[in-house]
Design a protein around this ligand. Structure first.
Ligand code: ADP
Ligand code: MG
Length: 822
């Protein structure tokens, strides 16, 4: 640092708390020597030789930057810093690629500070540099690094990420010289904030550039780039740098310098990292993880899963199992403040386990992570590199373990192709400690935990299904039954999308079979070769279809947009919050976003409860109104009138909503009236039936009377009139008293028998299940008296044949017989 600069600084610091006006006048005087210093520094830019650089002081950097670096403990630049800082100072566009943990952050922050310094950037100049990163945590980390090492500069910096108060950010935006942001939130400010203006912007940085430029952020980034001044310097950094010409064209890079410091090194991952993989069954994963954690109680471990619901469940259930080490979970659906809290906590811990989604896979620099375990296979080798890159950072050692299913073995080949040294290890099953019984018990006690397990199960299947690389991922090969058991679930939950897909496939196959059979019939008679050709074509289609259906392919293609996890973990939620006129992204408003369930309503505009209620109110539809329709489908006016006082009162209440308890009581009251009404109706029906029966009997009687007219009058209603018969006594002599008594008993027995039959015939089951006697009973006594007079006149041997139940025909026959005898 030059003497003059030192003096200026001392003077400035000394007067800091005194008078503002003084500072201003002094500053004016100081500008001259500062300009000279700047000129001197700039003159050295073209002669920077990375090979001759051994410490930061060898670069022509401002005293403020050097001081900041020193205070932060940075003395010697890393490879990527040596190679890129010089080029960046010269104003070149850069594509920087270097292994994880190799110091890329400083490689772009130092040039950013220097660029604004030499331009003598002030608050009035507005935004001078933009640093875009894919996740909020990474943006926060970069912001913190900038705040510390840029402390001696006078620039103001702003952290613009989602999940924070937009108004708060908005009011400070115009004062920011350096903005560290996530793409979605930046675009939101560009759209909605009139104070945001970046026409003067000098440097654009994309950290984790390949991620920022991939499909997940494509539209947002295009819209951002369209808003940036074309005359700017662009710096792109990543461990897995993009070489896509399309990406570079999108950014309109001018003759960029491609700097890849480890391109020719033996491996693409840090040499201090020891990497291994294990082939295991899906249902053994939980036991392996649990045993791993129990065996490493003093280590700092990161465990990656493919969806946030898995992270949530495994974290929750493992907390209950009490492993004896701090457990934490970091995933996208957590509240922003909670995310920050967890991030900070894990940074400070000496030993802990952090369950995470790929939200934490890029860029995060947690100090001293010993182990990275990938419980689920990463989507590609780039993701693998970033995940394992959370350990073995900046010359420190670290270990990683990848858990692969037998069906995912192809991943090993892909990793080796990418120069990743990975060794297979075996797990001793005897040493496995399976907590599944305890998990089952916890799930039985806690329905919400059970639900979390079910969600984890389904979201894993979904994640596998959505993976792009079908050579590695095959959702059909998953043993879902035993997997669900290993999560502590008694039964595997339904995976609806899979069932639908299978049904579709079955349908397709059926159609094909039909086509094949009809096709073979068609061609067989013409030429057998043609039939073979036809089959070959079918076979080809089958193999193409065997992966996923067209619809599924489109889902897979747009994976980054629809990713089970990345949507909630990275900044995609930010993207969805943006609305803007000069791009074609259709986005919901902030209000709608609040109600939007990211996991479920993809592609659909969500209807909030409030919106639905408003719609109903507009249509003037009265809630709880019952309309009865007749068979023609016309509404029947006049619903059932309420009878009970309580119901009438309830109906006329003005209060909105439904009081379920009250409604129940009202229903019970109304029920009493309904029951009574029903009883009355049944009674009326019976009465009517009785009346009809009576009527029928009356008619029968009348008919009988008409018939009887042919034979003469009768005393009794039902008995045949035998008075016209000749007196039997005249034929058979007088009967003794005893004989008459016997006859009476005899007859009574017979008659009673007949009476019972009659009774049974009259029995009818009424609608409420009771048996009711019907029809008029004949009085036996009366009949006996009638007969006595008859029988007295008959001979004993003939008497048995004569019964009171003789009908007209029988009586006629008897009469004829007697006449003959006579
Ligand atoms: P990358 O972005 O390449 O993954 P980072 O920029 O996050 O790496 O740096 C990784 C770690 O190395 C950080 O903890 C950082 O403080 C440290 N680091 C970076 N550059 C230096 C340096 N020149 N000297 C000492 N430590 C450094
Ligand atoms: Mg980084």
């Amino acid at each position: 640092m030059s003497d003059t600069e030192e003096k200026i600084k001392n003077k400035k610091n000394g007067s800091k708390s005194k008078e503002k006006v003084k500072i201003f006048t002094k500053k004016k005087k100081q500008n001259q020597p500062e300009l000279a210093i700047i000129k001197k520094l700039q003159s050295k830019y073209d002669t920077i030789d990375p090979k001759s650089i051994s410490k930061f002081g060898d670069f022509p950097l401002s005293a403020k930057t050097l001081k900041g670096l020193r205070e932060c403990g940075y003395h010697k630049p890393t490879e990527i810093q040596k190679e890129t800082i010089g080029l960046a100072l010269q104003g070149k566009d850069i594509l920087g690629a270097a292994q994880t943990g190799s110091g890329k952050t400083l490689a772009f922050l130092i040039p950013v500070l220097e660029k604004l310094f030499v331009k003598q950037w002030t608050k009035l100049d507005g935004v001078g540099a933009l640093v875009i990163t894919p996740t909020r945590e990474l943006a926060y980390q970069i912001f913190e690094t900038l705040r510390k090492m840029g402390e001696h500069h006078d620039f103001s910096a702003g952290l613009i990420i989602g999940g924070k108060d937009l108004k708060f950010e908005r009011n400070r935006m115009d004062q920011c010289n350096i903005i560290i942001c996530t793409p979605g939130r930046l675009l939101q400010h560009m759209d909605e904030n009139p104070l945001f203006d970046c026409v003067n912007m000098q440097v654009l940085v994309l950290d984790e550039a390949d991620r920022c430029l991939d499909m997940g952020f494509e539209q947002t980034m295009n819209a951002i780039i369209a808003n940036l001044p074309p005359k700017r310097q662009t710096l792109l950094f990543s461990a897995t740098q993009t070489k896509s010409v399309k990406d570079l064209a999108r950014l309109s890079l001018k003759d960029p310098s491609y700097v890849s410091v480890h391109e020719y090194s033996e491996f693409s991952t840090p040499k201090e990292l020891s990497q291994s993989y294990v082939i295991c069954n899906l249902h053994d994963k939980i036991a392996i993880l649990w045993s791993f954690i129990k065996n490493h109680p003093k280590k700092k471990i990161m465990i990656f899963f493919s969806s946030c619901k898995q992270v949530k469940y495994v974290y929750e259930i493992f907390c209950k199992l009490r492993p004896g080490i701090s457990l934490m979970a970091l995933y996208g659906t957590l509240h922003q403040l909670r995310r920050m809290e967890i991030y900070e906590n894990f940074c400070q811990k000496q030993s802990a386990v952090l369950f995470a989604t790929d939200l934490a896979s890029r860029g995060l620099d947690f100090p001293e992570v010993h182990w990275v375990v990938q419980a689920d296979c990463p989507e590609d080798s780039a993701t693998y590199i970033h995940r394992v890159g959370r350990t073995a950072r900046y010359h420190r050692g670290g270990e990683s373990l990848l858990m692969l299913l037998p069906s995912e073995i192809k991943m090993v080949e892909k990793l080796e192709e990418r120069k990743i040294p990975i060794e297979k290890i075996e797990i001793n099953p005897v040493k496995l400690n399976n907590p599944v019984r305890k998990m089952e018990a916890f799930l039985a006690k806690d329905p919400s935990l059970k639900e979390a397990a079910q969600r984890a199960f389904v979201s894993y299947a979904k994640a596998v299904f959505l993976m792009k690389d079908k050579e590695v991922f095959n959702v059909q090969s998953l043993d879902t039954d035993s997997f669900s058991k290993s999560l502590g679930l008694a039964f595997p939950p339904r995976i609806r999308f899979l069932q639908r897909m299978n049904a579709k496939m079955e349908q397709k196959n059926m159609n094909k079979e039909i086509n094949i059979s009809s096709g073979s019939k068609k061609y067989f008679s013409i030429e057998s070769d043609e039939e073979y050709q036809e089959d070959k074509v079918q076979g080809k289609n089958e193999s193409e279809d065997s992966g996923v259906s067209e619809e599924d392919i489109s889902q897979t293609k747009s994976k980054s947009n629809f990713k089970v996890d990345s949507s909630d973990e990275s900044d995609n939620d930010d993207i969805l919050k943006v609305k803007r006129k000069d791009h074609d992204i259709e986005l919901p408003t902030e209000k709608e976003m609040a109600d939007l369930d990211l996991g479920r309503n993809k592609g659909k505009k969500p209807v909030t409860k409030a919106a639905a209620a408003k719609k109903i109110l507009k249509k003037k539809i009265v809630a709880n109104k019952k309309i009865v329709f007749n068979e023609e489908g016309e509404a029947v006016k006049g619903n059932k009138e309420k009878k009970s006082e309580l119901a009438i009162e309830y109906e006329h209440e003005d209060e909105g909503g439904i009081d379920l308890e009250k409604a129940k009581i009202v229903l019970r009251e109304e029920d009493k009236f309904d029951k009574q009404l029903f009883k009355d109706k049944v009674k009326a029906k019976h009465k009517e039936e009785k009346r009809k029966l009576k009527e029928k009997k009356r008619k029968d009687k009348e008919e009988a009377e008409e018939e009887k007219d042919d034979f003469g009058e009768s005393d009794s209603e039902n008995d045949p009139d035998l008075s016209w018969l000749p007196d039997p006594d005249k034929f058979y002599g007088e009967k003794t008293e005893e004989e008459i008594e016997n006859l009476r008993n005899d007859f009574e027995g017979q008659h009673m028998k007949k009476e019972r039959v009659d009774d049974e015939e009259c029995e009818e089951v009424d609608t409420v299940g009771r048996k009711e006697k019907k029809g008029k009973k004949r009085k036996p006594k009366e009949k006996i008296d009638n007969l006595e007079t008859v029988l007295k006149k008959k001979k004993k041997h003939k008497i048995d044949q004569i019964s009171s139940s003789l009908d007209v025909n029988e009586a006629e026959e008897l009469a004829l017989m007697l006449l003959k005898n006579k």
